[in-house]
Design a binder for this molecule. Structure first.
Ligand code: PMP
Length: 441
C-alpha cells in the first residue's frame, strides 16, 4: 500500500521538494503544507494542483478530486466558470491596472451596496486581512477609543492586533499568538468566547467606554463551522449599542456565501461595518469593507482615516467579482446550494452512524462543519476538544479516494453550485469507507 501511495503522488512529491527550497514550508499560506495531518510531514505531501473545473481539481500526477476546499471559500460557482473567464478575458485585452478610476469598480460597488443591507458605501482592498485591519482602524478613528473585542477561535486575518486567540473561559488579556507581535499592540485586544453573551456583557460593563468595536464572524468559520446560537447576534447588537461600541461583522467568509445579502440579511442583524472577501472577488485577490455612510465618509479622501492600495479595485478582480455576484443575483444559486449541501450533510451523518463513529455536524447553506465529537460545538473550547486524530485518518482516506478536504480539522467545508448529486453521492460513498477506517483504527 505504501508503494501505491508513493506512486500516486510522485510528481507532487518532487514539486513540493522543490517548493520547500525556495518558500517557507514550500507554501504561501501555512495550512496548505498539510502539517496538521497526523503522520504527515514527509509521509504525506500536499498535492500540487494543475487545474480545476467545476467541482473538481486535478493534480500534477493526474489524480482528480472533488474539491471541498474551493480556495477556502471564494469559488462559489466552482472552478473556472465560463462567465467569469469571459468577463476576465475582456479586461485582459484592454489592460488590467491603471491607478486611476475605472467604471467596473463603481459597478461592483453599486451591486454590493444594493444587496448588502447595512452597507451604504464601500471601499475595495486586496485581502480579508486588509479589510478587517482597515475596519478596525476606522472604528478606532470614529470612536476615539483604542480597545477591540474579538472572540477566541475567530480568525480575522494576520494583522498584528487581531493575531490573538490564546486564553479561554471568560475574558483574557490579549497575548500575541505569534512572535513578532508586540504585547503593546495586543493588550488592546480583549477576548471573549463565541456564543457567550455573559462574557461579552461582563467585559463591556467593565471596560465598555474604552472599547471601539466588537469584531465577530456572524457564523464562525475558522474553528470549523459554528453558527450563532439562538438570539446571539441580536443581543450582541443591543449590548454594543448600550456601550457606544461599534459592531463589525467579519463576513469575509460568510459574505455572499450564505445569502446574497450576507449573514446580516439571513439573521436580520445589522452591523455598523462589514468586512467582505473571498466570494466578492470571484477567486481573485479582492476584499472590501463598508457600512454606514457617516462612518465610511471618514475614510480618506472624504475624511482623515488613511487607507490606500496600489492594486485596490483592480479591474481584473472587479470583473471576476461582478460576474460572480451577478450569477448569484440572477439565478437560483442559493436554492441549489441549499439542496445539494443538505444532502451532503444527511449522507455524511448517515455514513458516520453506519460506521459507529460519532460526529456533530453544522451547516448554514453551503458552509458545512463536521466535528468528530459526541457533543455539540458552540465555541473554540468545544471545537478544540474534538478528536482531531480521527479527522486526520478520515482526511487521508478521503484524499486517497479522490475527495479533497481541508487538511485541518478546524476548517469549514464549502460546496459550489457545481457540486451536483453525482459528486455528492461519490463523496458519501468515499466517506462510508473513510469512517470505517476511523472506526477500525
Ligand atoms: N476573516 C475571515 C472570517 C476569514 O475567514 C479570513 C480568511 N480565511 C480572513 C478574514 C482573512 O482573509 P485573507 O486570507 O484574504 O487575508
Amino acid at each position: 500500500e505504501e508503494q501505491v501511495k508513493v506512486d500516486r503522488y510522485a510528481k507532487s512529491r518532487d514539486a513540493f521538494a522543490w517548493a520547500k527550497e525556495v518558500m517557507p514550508g514550500g507554501v504561501n499560506s501555512p495550512v496548505r503544507a498539510f502539517k496538521s495531518v497526523a503522520g504527515g510531514g514527509d509521509e504525506i505531501v500536499p498535492v500540487t494542483v494543475k487545474s480545476g473545473k467545476g467541482a473538481m481539481v486535478m493534480d500534477v500526477d493526474g489524480n482528480e478530486y472533488v474539491d471541498y476546499v474551493l480556495s477556502y471559500g471564494p469559488l462559489i460557482l466552482g472552478h473556472a466558470p465560463e462567465v467569469v473567464s469571459a468577463a476576465m478575458s475582456k479586461v485582459m485585452r484592454s489592460g488590467w491596472t491603471f491607478g486611476m478610476p475605472t467604471e467596473v469598480e463603481t459597478q461592483l460597488a453599486q451591486l454590493v451596496t444594493d444587496v448588502v443591507p447595512s452597507v451604504d458605501v464601500v471601499r475595495f482592498v486586496n485581502s480579508g486581512t486588509e479589510a478587517v485591519m482597515s475596519a478596525i482602524r476606522l472604528a478606532r478613528a470614529a470612536t476615539g477609543r483604542a480597545k477591540v473585542i474579538k472572540c477566541t477561535g475567530c480568525y480575522h486575518g494576520h494583522s498584528d492586533s487581531l493575531l490573538v486567540q490564546a486564553g479561554s473561559g471568560a475574558t483574557t488579556l490579549g497575548v500575541p499568538s505569534s512572535p513578532g507581535v508586540p504585547e503593546a499592540i495586543t493588550q488592546n485586544t480583549l477576548l471573549v468566547p463565541f456564543n457567550d453573551l455573559v462574557a461579552l456583557d461582563a467585559v463591556l460593563k467593565e471596560q465598555g467606554d474604552e472599547v471601539a468595536c466588537f469584531v465577530v464572524e456572524p457564523i464562525a468559520g475558522n474553528m470549523g463551522c459554528v453558527p450563532p446560537q439562538d438570539d446571539y447576534l441580536e443581543v450582541v447588537r443591543e449590548l454594543c449599542d448600550r456601550h457606544g461600541v461599534l459592531l463589525i461583522f467579519d463576513e469575509v467568509m460568510t459574505g455572499f456565501r450564505v445569502d446574497l445579502g450576507c449573514a446580516q440579511k439571513l439573521y436580520g442583524v445589522m452591523p455598523d461595518l462589514t468586512c467582505m472577501g473571498k466570494v466578492i472577488g470571484g477567486g481573485l485577490p479582492c476584499a472590501a469593507y463598508g457600512g454606514r455612510e457617516d462612518l465610511m465618509r471618514q475614510v480618506a479622501p472624504d475624511g482623515p482615516m488613511y487607507q490606500a492600495g496600489t492594486l485596490s479595485g483592480n479591474p481584473l478582480a472587479m470583473a471576476a467579482g461582478l460576474a460572480t455576484l451577478e450569477v448569484l443575483r440572477d439565478t437560483d444559486a442559493y436554492g441549489v446550494l441549499e439542496t445539494q449541501t443538505a444532502s451532503l450533510e444527511l449522507g455524511m451523518k448517515q455514513a458516520a452512524s453506519d460506521a459507529g463513529v460519532s460526529v456533530y455536524t453544522t451547516r448554514v447553506g453551503s458552509m458545512f462543519g463536521m466535528f468528530f465529537s459526541d457533543k455539540p460545538v458552540y465555541n473554540y473550547e468545544d471545537a478544540t476538544a474534538c478528536r482531531v486524530d480521527e479527522y486526520a485518518i478520515f482526511f487521508q482516506s478521503m484524499l486517497h479516494q479522490g475527495v479533497m478536504l481541508a487538511p485541518s480539522a478546524y476548517e469549514t467545508w464549502f460546496t459550489s453550485t457545481q457540486h451536483d448529486e453525482s459528486v455528492i453521492n461519490m463523496t458519501i460513498d468515499a466517506a462510508a469507507v473513510a469512517f470505517k477506517k476511523v472506526a477500525g483504527a
